[in-house]
Design a protein around this ligand. Structure first.
Ligand code: ZN
Length: 235
């Protein structure tokens, strides 16, 4: 039920509905305009000329009104819809003899009421149409902008994911490098320890220098004695 109500509300407030009503008033005004122009043209044209000219003029005038209403923002004056609404009112007033003051007061009042109503409806709908059209364009622009922003957001998210994965890979590489460095340090320390004299802890550049030193080291309890190869290896 709520869906039907909201769909009806959407239809009533839609741009399509305004265009439909605007077209109905334009079509009605084509007939009214034709009637008025025909009465005038008959006085100076043959009947077929008056008929053709009044249809063409009425159609032309109402199409002009419609085109001007739709494109009012491109014109220097936005009072044109008001001017055409007043003109429509006068076309109706002349057509229904509202200026024939020999009629009863009630008849004249009814005719003037119809003329004013047509003017009012024309003006209100042309204003409404222009505002609704600009709203529709604005909302289409906003939708386009939102789609653009979403696309940008998606590409930035993808970039972020890529960067995160690169960062994780870099972190793993760093951890591996740190392990290598630690291993290298241990290896270096071992190698340096092997070049130290076990008695006085003096470091030597080569194994040969260390070997020749060990025999004469001040702290070597067996200084001056020949050491076996086995003992030498143990040291
Ligand atoms: Zn030594």
């Amino acid at each position: 039920m709520n869906k039907i109500v909201s769909a009806t509300a959407d239809l009533i407030t839609s741009l399509g509905m305004i265009i439909f009503v605007l077209l109905m008033t334009v079509m009605a005004m084509i007939f009214v305009g034709h009637g008025l122009y025909h009465q005038v043209f008959l006085k100076c044209m043959t009947p077929w000329q008056a008929e053709a000219a009044s249809w063409v003029l009425s159609f032309g005038v109402e199409t002009t009104v419609l085109v001007i209403t739709c494109n009012v923002k491109h014109l220097s004056s936005n009072k044109l819809p008001l001017f055409f609404a007043i003109c429509s009112g006068f076309i109706v007033l002349f057509f229904i003899d509202a200026f024939d003051f020999t009629q009863s007061g009630l008849d004249i009042a009814i005719r003037w009421f119809i003329g004013l109503l047509v003017s009012g409806v024309n003006y209100v709908y042309s204003e409404l149409f222009v505002k609704k059209l600009s709203d529709a364009k604005q909302s289409a622009d906003l939708r386009f902008e939102i789609a653009n922003l979403n696309q940008q957001n998606n590409s930035i998210s993808q970039e972020l994911i890529n960067t995160k994965s690169s960062l994780t890979k870099a972190n793993l590489d760093i951890e591996r490098l740190v392990e290598y460095v630690a291993e290298l340090e241990t290896f270096k320390k071992d190698q340096l320890d092997k070049l130290k004299c076990p008695y006085c802890q003096t470091a030597f550049e080569t194994v040969f220098k260390l070997s020749s030193h060990k025999g004469v080291c001040e702290h070597n309890p067996k200084k001056g004695q020949k050491q076996s190869i086995f003992e030498e290896h143990l040291r």
